[in-house]
Design a protein around this ligand. Structure first.
Ligand SMILES: [Ca+2]
Ligand SMILES: [Ca+2]
Length: 366
């Protein structure tokens, strides 16, 4: 911690203390002496603190600093995050943070030419008029700073590495640029951070790509990942639409909200729903939202369906050529041999057989 003497006179020997009200912070040595400081001079004092292993990386720590030297005093309160929120791609993949790849080709993690360690992110091998973008989102409770290292080998002045915050380009680099650090201030709130390699319509130079390594995020958290349901399908029938979908790629939803024309129909626990409150000949749009303990997913894909009167289906139930024995239990009392029996099917039984709406029964038997 630096101490500046901004006055016009030297200060005498003094004492500095450091305290913290933050749970999980232990002050190992919270007191330090410093010698006289000349006018406009400075001294640095050191303290030792330990953060509990149970503290989450990025937790903001409040540090209260106090210095006194004779009649002079200085106080300062600082906040700083615990640990580095670091993406250095040393996992060898993109799973350490919620990266989203867009553009024509995704970025890849490669084990050559890294700024630090073994691995670095490298833009996709795109062609003219294409882009390769990697993005991630951080939620900042207070303003902070992001830093990262970048390297470019591209057609100078035409093919660029571009860095965006919330879709707004912050800078771009082209030509031959060896590993360089970039630093940007980020406002509090939800910030989308994107790196894009962009190629114009012709000419490729150098390695024709960009590299990003050693990204240090500010004190922040990743948004909770609430993955949506997948592969929604709709099958129209007579005065009904049968919806079915797949569970999200990850996560355990508590249920699924079924929407028809953006209006909530129902919340269900299984992976299908039959909408019978429909009119034949009308087209309906459906989507599903997965509901989690902490929030809801984005919508699934949207599907359309138009229920209609089904063309009568000819069905055959049984051969009608079997015969009963002397006496068989039946809704219709049978006695002695009957070559042709009667069977009574309930609507539920027919439905269970997959039969809905008008049908022409050509033959029925047992
Ligand atoms: Ca690395
Ligand atoms: Ca080019």
């Amino acid at each position: 911690m630096p101490i500046f003497n901004e006055g016009g006179a030297a200060s005498p020997n003094g004492t500095a203390t450091l305290t913290s009200p933050t749970t999980g912070i232990m002050i190992n040595s919270g007191s330090a002496n410093f010698s006289a400081i000349a006018a406009n001079g400075s001294r640095t004092v050191s303290f030792s603190i330990t953060a509990s292993a149970s503290m989450s990386i990025g937790t903001l720590v409040t540090l209260n600093f106090n210095a006194s030297a004779g009649a002079y005093t200085a106080t300062k309160t600082e906040t700083m995050p615990v640990g580095l929120i670091l993406e250095d791609f040393e996992s060898g993949n993109f799973t350490s943070f919620p990266w989203i790849m867009t553009g024509n080709l995704p970025w890849t993690v490669v084990n050559t030419g890294a700024y630090e360690g073994t691995y670095t992110a490298k833009s996709g091998t795109i062609s003219h008029n294409q882009t390769s973008t990697m993005s991630t989102t951080r939620i900042l409770s207070s303003p902070g700073t992001i830093s990262f290292r970048y390297k470019v080998s591209s057609e100078s002045g035409y093919d660029y590495l571009r860095f965006y915050v919330d879709g707004v380009q912050q800078n771009q680099w082209s030509g031959t640029v060896d590993w360089t650090e970039a630093t940007y201030n980020l406002a509090a709130g939800t910030r989308e951070l994107s790196w894009t390699y962009y190629k114009d319509g012709s000419v490729s130079s150098g390695s024709d790509c960009a590299w990003i390594d050693y990204i240090v995020f500010p004190a922040s958290t990743a948004p909770s990942a609430f993955y949506p349901p997948q592969d929604l399908t709709a099958s129209p029938g007579n005065q009904r639409v049968v919806l079915s979908w797949q569970a999200p790629v990850s996560g355990t939803p508590n249920g699924y909200k079924v929407f028809r024309n953006n209006n909530l129909l129902s919340t269900v626990n299984n992976l299908s729903y039959t909408d019978t409150a429909v009119t034949n000949g009308v087209t309906y749009n459906y989507h599903i939202v997965a509901v989690y303990s902490g929030g809801e997913s984005d919508p699934s894909n949207t599907v359309s369906a138009t229920p209609s009167i089904v063309t009568p289906v000819v069905i055959t139930i049984g051969s009608g050529t079997a015969s009963t024995s002397t006496s068989d239990g039946s809704p219709i009392n049978l006695y002695y041999k009957s070559l042709h029996g009667q069977s009574v099917y309930t609507a539920a039984e027919l439905n269970a057989a997959g039969i809905f709406g008008p049908v022409e029964i050509a033959q029925i038997g047992f």
